[in-house]
Design a protein around this ligand. Structure first.
Ligand SMILES: [Zn+2]
Length: 63
């Protein structure tokens, strides 16, 4: 059985953002290629930008 491949994007990182609409915290990946919405209220938290995503709200943690 083959193992799944991880970490193909070494420049990527994860950020935790807090939704300004409902307060839900969500972890998103910096190299996401499409807009990411809040799971709680469907508000757009981040959109894909040149090279990396641009956040709509301030990240609370980066790792
Ligand atoms: Zn929300």
């Amino acid at each position: 059985m083959k193992r799944m491949q991880f970490a193909k994007e070494p420049s990527g990182f994860f950020v935790r953002v807090k939704c300004e609409g409902c307060g839900n915290e969500q972890i998103i990946f910096s190299c996401a290629t499409r807009a990411l919405k809040c799971l709680g209220c469907d508000q757009v938290l981040a959109e894909p930008g040149p090279g990396k995503i641009s956040l709509r709200s301030r990240p609370t943690e980066t790792f």
